[in-house]
Design a protein around this ligand. Structure first.
Ligand code: DLL
Length: 439
């Protein structure tokens, strides 16, 4: 059995009371910083908070209203800036679906804290200074690249900052420098596997041991599929640019959901419809508060991500609580002929079927008054033998397995490998073509 390793054992295994103490101090600091921003100054005053002393216990957090993505958009570009511009050393923006950007500023101390959190994450997976780390996440305004980069350097890994895309070059680098750990979206990792054959490679020709996979929702069956195909361990990594980026929550060697660094964030889960606070193990929307950030403090930010806070402790000895694999975003849910369907449910079924390849799409259209769900999936080339009956049987099987899971009938289309578009970063899987008729 592998022994758990720690980057900062003292804080990672601190007793719950100690973590609450650190949180209370952090919350007061965050409220003090927030009061220096135009946005929160007004908002906090409305509820009678004019000084950090108004936070007497962690329970007082509940009196603060939620912050939403649209609040961030309205505050763009500097309504949420809490320090002098000269003290800011970096910013990251994200554009989201509407195109209106949001911005998060970082001071030097913010970046140091973020780096420490990512160093903890990397160490928790058992990776360390002997590893060669190929960072296949895009560098730039997106936080995936730079976010893990500095943590990987801090723990002493040899970092290859290649960024996303150019699969042939990725594979060459992996071979030439004997990369042991990669960081990618799960969809790009599946694509990497599908390109091995074309490059005359097998997983055995590589030295890969681990992958950190995140930035998009994926199911446990996708993790298992990648692990099985590549012969590696995959660790789920969760983060969002509003909370820095990667490094918010990560799996440890036990791969039993993701530890959230509770000295850096307060996590709550709410009913997305009513806003009511839910208990441990109850599924709802994750709400997060920053505790260490100087430049852009955020209070009770609604992430839109669906998960639950796990009760109980992990075998690794970390006292920071875990959140379950993200089921998707509350706005991802499709309503198909009145039935709620999460794309992750479809993915979970597909990735359990051995003949199914590494890429798929979900398309919803309108057929008269009814919704029509089409699931397009690549299958391995060995299935295209000219045996139409075998293909038809496979299609039928996929349809049945989907129906059993999502209770909706789907049209299943089988595609050859490479038949569906490839994404080097976050994949676009769902195409809802019903134009505003949903609901
Ligand atoms: O995706 C940060 C990141 C980079 C995380 C690399 C992990 C690895 P954004 O572009 O702001 O930041 O997108 C954040 O992506 O609210 C989730 O909906 C989704 N997401 C991120 N990680 C996961 C994950 C980065 N492990 C949004 N599982 C979040 C499910 C994830 N969804």
């Amino acid at each position: 059995m592998v022994e758990p390793e720690f980057w900062n054992r003292e804080i990672e295994t601190a007793p719950a009371e100690k973590i609450r103490e650190v949180q209370l101090e952090g919350l007061r600091r965050t409220v003090a910083a927030a009061l220096r921003t135009r946005f929160y100054h007004r908002r906090l005053k409305e509820i009678g908070f004019t000084s950090p002393e108004d936070i007497r216990s962690l329970d007082d957090l509940k009196r603060i209203p939620f912050t939403t993505k649209s609040d961030l958009r309205e505050a763009y570009p500097d309504g949420l800036l809490a320090v002098e511009r000269d003290d800011v050393v970096r910013l990251h923006t994200s554009s989201g679906t509407t195109g209106t950007p949001t911005v998060i500023y970082h001071t030097r101390s913010d970046l140091e804290h973020w780096t420490e959190l990512t160093a903890r994450c990397i160490t928790a997976t058992g990776a360390g200074r002997r590893d060669v780390f190929q960072n296949m996440m895009t560098y730039g305004l997106f936080t995936g690249g730079l976010g893990l980069h500095y943590g990987a350097e801090l723990v002493g890994m040899l970092v290859i900052p290649v960024g996303g895309g150019n699969t042939r070059r990725q594979l060459k680098l992996m071979r030439d420098f004997r990369t042991t750990v990669v960081h990618a979206t799960p969809s790009y990792m599946l694509h990497i596997y599908s390109r091995l054959e074309a490059e005359n490679l097998t997983p055995q020709d590589l030295s890969l041991r681990k992958a950190f996979l995140g930035a998009e929702a994926y199911s446990e069956s996708t993790r298992r599929k990648i692990e099985g195909l590549m012969g590696i361990d995959c660790y789920n990594s969760y983060g969002l640019s509003e909370m820095n980026g990667p490094g918010v929550a990560f799996e440890c060697i036990f791969k039993d959901d993701m530890h959230v660094w509770e000295d850096a964030y307060i996590v709550e889960v709410i009913d997305p419809a009513s806003g009511d606070l839910l208990g441990e193990d109850e599924e709802g929307e994750l709400v997060m508060t920053t505790l260490q950030r100087e430049a852009t403090p955020l209070l009770r930010y609604r992430t839109g991500d669906l998960t639950r806070i796990r009760s109980g402790v992990c075998a690794c000895g970390r006292s920071h609580r875990r959140i379950a694999r993200i089921k998707g975003r509350s706005d991802d849910m499709l309503i198909i002929n009145g039935v709620n369907v999460y794309p992750s449910q479809v993915e979970s079924v597909l990735m359990r079927i051995p003949e199914v390849g590494t890429n798929y799409q979900i398309v919803v259209t309108k057929e008269g008054a009814l919704d029509r769900l089409t699931v397009k999936t690549e299958i391995y080339s060995k299935m295209f033998t000219g045996d139409a009956a075998a293909l038809e049987a496979l299609r039928g099987r996929i349809r049945e397995l989907l129906k059993a899971e999502i209770l909706v009938g789907a049209v299943v289309e089988l595609h050859e490998p490479g038949g569906l578009p490839v994404y080097e970063g976050k994949a676009r899987r769902v195409f809802d073509e019903r134009v505003g008729e949903q609901g």
